[in-house]
Design a protein around this ligand. Structure first.
Ligand SMILES: [Mn+2]
Length: 336
């Protein structure tokens, strides 16, 4: 990370007196965003600061067990309160994303408070906005929680108790597909080992995140794979889709289709996979790939998005049928 030591020094100076700090996570908050925010919040509160955590929309139900999750405000449900909190903040920390357009209305509230110090802690590839005062950006990092861990071990190693360790572990575990993606390095296991030494119960965290789905969710997965998956381009690409009628049929809850996009990649020969999920305003496009195939480039070129090399996303404002046709043509062009 460029200038890590220098940024730590600036941050420590800023934190030398009590501050009102807002931690902000991205739309469709995941385990990494939530785990990173809450571990930062616990540390900052123990150091005498006032903190608030805000996400644009609801976090998935498989994160509801996390200690302290109830302090996460959902902007969509409490925008007036959140606007006030953001307006009064001395420091705004953006966690696990780097562009305000991933925040919907919350982004405007942050932009209005131009006197607050803006800190970024993130591992996404998209070029950071030039609006941050302190940047902790490391695109090599498998999870933002890894960067948070580095900050904490540098500034306040003794603060990492079981709860903070668990939050960081959830971030790392979920962003690495349970320690299986190409972003997993020896260092990731070293940090995980440290967190386990701090008291993380690996099996119970794993069960809480991965084995607490509803029956409807499991049936929806079966339906999507059986009825809504297509393999194209000589077996090298695949896609799945889900419209609002189908979601209603399976009592869809936020987070239910999380991870579906990975399943086509378990087919031998499939290098990239897409999942199209209809929302009221657009179709959410999730993209995954294996090895060197860069879906963040694909997302940027064809779906106005970005993310990581093997995990990216974007949006489509076309109807489902046209979105899929656009994807099929894009795959032919991209894979050649
Ligand atoms: Mn992340």
């Amino acid at each position: 990370m460029v200038d890590f030591d220098n940024n730590i020094a600036i941050l420590q100076k800023e934190l030398s007196s009590p501050k009102r700090i807002v931690l902000v996570g991205h739309t469709n908050p995941d385990g990494d965003a939530v785990g990173s925010m809450l571990s930062l919040s616990l540390w900052l509160k123990s150091a005498g600061h006032t903190t608030n955590c805000i996400v644009p929309n609801r976090y998935p139900y498989f994160l509801e067990w996390i200690d302290g999750i109830s302090e996460v405000q959902v902007y969509k449900f409490a925008s007036v309160l959140c606007d006030t909190i953001v307006a009064e903040a001395d420091i705004v920390v953006c966690v696990d994303f780097n562009q305000f357009d991933r925040l919907e209305g919350l982004g405007e509230a942050i932009e209005k408070n131009d006197s607050a110090l803006r800190v970024l802690i993130d591992h996404h590839l998209d070029a950071p906005d030039d609006t941050y005062d302190i940047l902790f950006s490391d695109t090599q990092s498998c999870a933002t929680a890894m960067i948070v861990h580095k900050i904490l071990t540098t500034i306040a190693p003794s603060v990492i108790d079981r709860t903070i360790a668990e939050n960081l572990y959830v971030g790392i575990m979920t962003d690495t597909g349970n320690f299986s993606y190409s972003n997993v390095t020896a260092d990731v296991f070293r940090v995980a080992a440290e967190l386990v030494e701090c008291g993380v119960d690996v099996q119970s965290v794993n069960t809480a995140v991965y084995n607490t789905f509803t029956e409807d969710r499991v049936r929806l997965l079966g339906y999507v794979i059986s009825e809504r998956m297509e393999v194209i381009h000589n077996g090298e690409a695949a896609y799945m889709s889900l419209n609002e009628r189908e979601m209603r049929r399976f009592n869809f809850q936020v987070g239910d289709s999380e991870g579906f996009v990975n399943y086509p990649l378990t087919i031998e020969g499939v290098k990239m996979s897409a999942m199209f999920s209809q929302t009221r305003k657009f179709i959410r496009v999730s993209l995954r790939s294996r090895g060197n195939l860069d879906v963040s480039e694909f997302a940027a070129k064809y779906f106005g998005g970005g993310g990581h090399k093997n995990a990216s996303g974007g949006k489509s404002f076309l109807p489902m049928k046209e979105t899929i046709e656009h994807y099929e043509a894009a795959v032919d062009e991209f894979l050649g």
